[in-house]
Design a protein around this ligand. Structure first.
Ligand SMILES: Nc1ncnc2c1ncn2[C@@H]1O[C@H](COP(=O)(O)OP(=O)(O)OP(=O)(O)O)[C@@H](O)[C@H]1O
Ligand SMILES: [Mg+2]
Length: 173
């Protein structure tokens, strides 16, 4: 079975979630490991540089099912949590055998579906409340010693938490 390590990206609105992912995409696409970059984003932000950019979950899912080995970005953005909830869950559980690797961008750690959390190998956490950080640490235990750092992160600053190995701090801007 082919599996791509999925990554969950969480933080309050305007903390820089989309910006962080945008800094990672060019290098990943240049690696030659991915056929296409597919982006589901209700803001339809052209700066993702997507091969397919849509705000329509049906259109996105059709492309995900028709292709293999793509890099996927599902960006809920804004103030709505769960906008793409059903689709997020489906992709996190069903499509790994197609070789896709996904970034799930959503606002709040505490509200993210447990199925999605458990299907993500990596976490990128931006500024959010301690309660959300604590909820995330249940699925990503290596965040536990850093819970108190999360509410103090600056805009654009993040902590990358892998399943294995040490968490690393970084800045998108
Ligand atoms: N490269 C950059 N350089 C400087 N500032 C930036 C950069 N990218 C983003 N910002 C600033 O950070 C803000 C938040 O960035 P971004 O849109 O990525 O946040 P977000 O967490 O995705 O927000 P939302 O949940 O609303 O989608 C932007 O509105 C902008 O002011
Ligand atoms: Mg965003």
């Amino acid at each position: 079975m082919k599996t791509g390590p999925h990554t969950l990206v969480t933080g309050k609105t305007d903390t820089g979630k989309s910006a962080v992912v945008k800094t990672l995409l060019p290098g990943m696409m240049a690696s030659g490991k991915y056929q296409k970059l597919l982006v589901l984003d209700y803001k339809l932000d052209p700066r993702f540089g997507a091969d397919l950019l849509t705000d329509d979950p049906e259109e996105f899912l059709a492309a995900v099912e028709a292709l293999e080995d793509c890099l996927l970005v599902i960006d809920e953005g804004g103030a709505t949590v769960g906008r793409y909830g059903g689709e997020l869950q489906k992709i996190s559980t069903m499509y790994r055998e197609l070789g896709h690797q996904a970034f799930f961008i959503s606002q709040r750690g505490a509200q993210i579906d447990k199925t999605i959390r458990e299907n993500c190998s990596n976490l990128i956490v931006l500024m959010q409340g301690r309660g959300d950080a604590k909820a995330l640490a249940e699925s990503f235990p290596r965040l536990e010693p850093l819970i108190d750092d999360v509410p103090m992160l600056e805009q654009g600053e993040y902590i990358f938490v892998p399943s294995f190995g040490d968490p690393k701090r970084g800045r998108a801007f």
